[in-house]
Design a protein around this ligand. Structure first.
Ligand SMILES: Cc1cc2nc3c(=O)[nH]c(=O)nc-3n(C[C@H](O)[C@H](O)[C@H](O)COP(=O)(O)OP(=O)(O)OC[C@H]3O[C@@H](n4cnc5c(N)ncnc54)[C@H](O)[C@@H]3O)c2cc1C
Length: 326
């Protein structure tokens, strides 16, 4: 079969490799509108069925040799026993202990958190540069006015999806700040602080106090326009835990959220299919969702929890809380 994939993000790149492995002919179109961050967090410390998608993503990264680096994480705040059990069932080693450098009790997790070098995955995918247009009535995709012929079109354009398709998702802006701290431990640990309301991850993992701090706050907005943000709100909360932090650089981008803030996939028409709604956890669940779309195309198998038709009754919605926040 011949496929055209619109968007070379985490989803488009994962779909490319999966479909090529099955022997299909695949063309990826990418407009170059989105900045790609070198590494993103992959964590198994999620909830419910998302843990399964995250495990599938991990299998994909291993199969396609996407570089990853494991880190110990510390979660601060009350986490229910059922959630801790589900993390252990996913193979994460969990221990509750006093963490000296954070001056707090925390849940120390080993084997659950990684940085994934998603830029390596994305740059491994050949593409045609340009902004594709989707004609749903004709079931055709055009680039520079020329039709791109394919048996199936997979539209995975992230926050640009609602501009291309009649799909119930919205674009929002979120951001994180690179900081310098005297706490060298920040350079080789992840911190998820649900009491103060922030996360911290190493920039490179070299054991220096350089880290990226964010809080998953979102601003609903169409993609493309940079939004001025108040990074001190989150940094002040992080300082209560981590001490002095010097902001070096703040970077933001657009994400795509659905009415229940969980990923979605499914057909829009017979030949145009969609996957998206990865909001702030695309490196965690993206390749897993790509696998569900491929399974649907190959065998018609549906996983209802993530299937797009669950929003058929939705008329309007606002962007909610990101689901990787426990
Ligand atoms: C500050 C910040 C930090 C984040 N940190 C993490 C993290 O640590 N871990 C994590 O898992 N997630 C993180 N995320 C979220 C993650 O970046 C997204 O979930 C992920 O990028 C979504 O992937 P995608 O493939 O759905 O879409 P995208 O990455 O948005 O890819 C879509 C692509 O489609 C292209 N495109 C759009 N329109 C067209 C068109 N008409 N024709 C052709 N191409 C088109 C775009 O240029 C883009 O490259 C973070 C996001 C932000 C903003």
């Amino acid at each position: 079969m011949k496929f055209v994939i619109v968007g070379r993000g985490i989803l488009g790149s994962s779909l490319y490799h999966m479909l090529r492995k099955l022997g299909h002919d695949v063309v990826v179109v990418e407009s170059g509108e989105r900045r790609v961050f070198p590494s993103l967090i992959h964590s198994l410390l999620l909830k419910d069925k998302d843990i399964e998608l995250a495990r599938m993503s991990l299998d994909f990264y291993r199969e396609f040799s996407v570089p990853m680096r494991e880190f110990v994480s510390i979660t601060l705040g009350k986490i229910g026993k059922d959630i801790l059990n589900s993390w252990e069932r996913a193979g994460v080693e969990i221990g509750e202990t006093y963490v000296d450098w954070l001056k707090s009790n925390g849940i120390v997790a080993r084997g659950g958190d990684r940085l994934v070098y998603v830029s390596k995955l994305i740059s491994s995918v050949p593409f045609v540069r340009g902004k594709a247009k989707v004609d749903l009535l004709q079931e055709k995709v055009y680039l520079d006015g020329k039709e791109l012929h394919a048996d199936r079109y997979l539209v995975v354009a992230g926050p640009w999806n609602p501009c291309l398709l009649k799909v119930k998702s919205k674009s929002y802006y979120c951001w994180a700040t690179l900081v310098a701290s005297r706490m060298r431990e920040l350079g080789n640990h992840f911190v998820y602080d649900y009491e103060k309301g922030f996360y911290s991850r190493p920039l490179l993992g070299l054991g220096t106090g350089i880290a990226i701090v964010g809080d998953g706050r979102v601003i609903e907005s169409p993609p493309g326009r940079r939004i001025p943000v108040q990074e001190d709100e989150v940094l002040d909360r992080a300082r209560e835990r981590l001490g002095p932090l010097v902001p070096l650089y703040t970077a933001g981008e657009f994400c795509e959220g659905t009415p229940d803030m969980r990923p979605a996939y499914g057909p829009i028409t017979d030949r145009v299919l969609y996957a998206g709604g990865l909001d702030g956890y695309g490196a965690e669940v993206g390749p897993g969702l790509a696998k569900l779309l491929v399974d649907f195309i190959v065998s018609g198998e549906k996983v209802q929890e993530y299937f797009l038709d669950r929003f058929s009754h939705v008329t309007n919605f606002t962007i909610g809380r990101e689901p990787h926040e426990i």
